[in-house]
Ligand binder design. Structure first.
Ligand SMILES: O=P(O)(O)OC[C@H]1O[C@](O)(CO)[C@@H](O)[C@@H]1O
Length: 447
């Protein structure tokens, strides 16, 4: 059976294989601190064991709820922000037909997202679409008080309540939240919604293998047991008993930290499959919230190639040399499309006639990699054999594990996000939220 692989052979001259090997002791020490749960933020390490802890009963319960929503609704809106929706969206978009939402013969509900922004037009347009449609809602918030999903849920709940009676509304809403505390827990209990729990020791950005990710993924029609099986395999492949050079998470953490120390302050995640766009978005939150603190941390950015080669390619090739790339590559495309021969050959493409489009994509990938390393952009390559639930499970767990190790190498607590509060405090002060009177007064003086 094939697995995810990592290639760090193209990070020279800044970082050599010898330098990576010399990191071995430090990296393995941080890995042990992580798995022993003896480091910073160790009360948020529940995600480490999720792949082993999810049992058949949990999977069956989630699949049963998913089947009910699938049976009732043509559209299911996932309401959540940050880690409360990005994991689900990463997996669903990676697996969905690119034109799923436009197909009339869809077997599963279309998944829509709300509560991840406060765009009034976005909200209006979603309500306008759903007013005549059969829909359900999965509302996901660990705290229950995050403004964006709270607003999103309020308006969708109101719409459901105008369309259906109380009993039917109950059947169409599922809440994923804290086991005992928070506004969403209280509301769900008052209204009698079915609920799933986000464990106390799992932070939002590490929650894709809890019902936060699993329920929407199951509603979209994908196998959550395969996803968990892939993560479980990656847990084994990144364990403390695995030699450093065979542990992809250890090697990735070593290479990216060395690059950072050499002045490569920005890591750009690259994909060659538009379906992976939201894997990059998920990864950006994972690494950005975990490492960006104490005025330290690699800035995680992302591009979709070859699309962005025609917009950002110039900067990456010849701009400031403060970047490195991590390419997520998928070895095999799912479908075959051959490039047709054309008599006139005006576009001079006949030399490619009969070739698969993926072959062209792969040569674009290789050519870009060589060009970028030649241009002073070190390249890490992470490859999965194909896009399916199993390998996505491997990929997600690989990045999570490497993130924990990497944060410890950097010396920060990778499992908190105190900086996110600053904008919320100002927003509440500006909106005149009760309890923020002093802040309101102070901020008004600055306007
Ligand atoms: O699930 P909640 O509590 O609504 O939080 C959503 C997101 O907000 C944050 O707490 C801060 O951005 C993230 O860590 C989290 O993923």
């Amino acid at each position: 059976m094939k697995n995810l692989t990592i290639d760090v052979s193209q990070v020279a001259p800044e970082v050599t294989q010898d330098m990576i090997n010399k990191e071995q002791d430090n990296i393995l020490k941080q890995l042990k601190t992580l798995t022993d749960k003896s480091g910073k933020g160790n009360d948020f390490l529940g995600w480490l064991d999720l792949p082993d802890n999810i049992d058949g009963d949990q999977v069956m319960s989630i699949e049963k709820t998913a089947a009910r929503l699938r049976g009732k609704a043509d559209y299911v809106v996932v309401v959540g922000i940050g880690g409360s929706y990005l994991g689900a969206r990463a997996v669903i978009d990676a697996l969905n037909d690119s034109f799923d939402q436009l197909k009339d013969d869809r077997k599963n509900p279309a998944i829509l997202y709300a509560g991840q922004n406060i765009g009034e037009d976005y909200t209006y347009e979603m309500l306008d679409l759903l007013k005549d449609k059969s829909f359900g809602v999965i509302v996901i918030s660990k705290s229950g008080t995050t403004t964006e999903p709270a607003i999103g849920f309020r308006v969708l709940k109101e719409l459901l309540e105008t369309k259906y009676d109380k009993e039917e509304v109950k059947e169409r809403i599922v809440a994923v939240t804290d086991a005992s505390k928070g506004a969403l827990r209280t509301l769900a209990e008052q209204e009698g919604y079915e609920t799933y729990v986000i464990p106390d020791d799992v932070g939002g950005r590490f929650s894709v293998l809890t019902p936060v990710g699993l329920l929407p993924i199951a509603v979209a029609g994908y196998s959550i047991s395969e996803l968990v099986r892939g993560a479980k395999e990656m847990k084994a492949l990144t364990g403390t008993d695995i030699p450093f050079d065979k542990n992809p998470a250890a090697v990735y953490a070593a290479a990216r930290n060395l690059l950072y120390q050499k002045g490569k302050k920005i890591e750009i995640m690259v994909n060659y499959q538009p379906k992976l766009h939201y894997v990059s978005e998920w990864w950006k939150q994972l690494y950005g919230e975990s490492e960006g603190k104490e005025h330290k941390g690699i800035f995680p950015a992302a591009v979709d190639f070859t699309t962005d080669l025609h917009s950002m390619g110039q900067w990456i090739q010849e701009g400031e040399r403060s970047i490195f790339e991590t390419v997520v590559s998928v070895a095999a495309a799912k479908h075959r499309v051959l490039i047709p021969r054309d008599e006139a050959d005006l576009d001079k493409l006949n030399y490619l006639a009969g070739k698969r489009i993926d072959e062209v994509n792969k040569m674009a990938e290789l050519g870009t990699r060589i060009a970028h390393t030649d241009g002073g952009v070190p390249n890490i390559k992470v490859e999965i054999p194909e896009l399916n639930e199993y390998y996505l499970g491997q990929l997600l767990y690989f990045f999570e594990k490497a993130c924990g190790i990497s944060g410890y190498v950097l010396g920060v607590n990778p499992f908190d996000q105190p900086g996110v509060e600053a904008y919320k405090k100002n927003m509440f002060a500006l909106l005149g939220k009760p309890g923020f009177e002093q802040e309101t007064e102070a901020i008004k003086k600055r306007l």
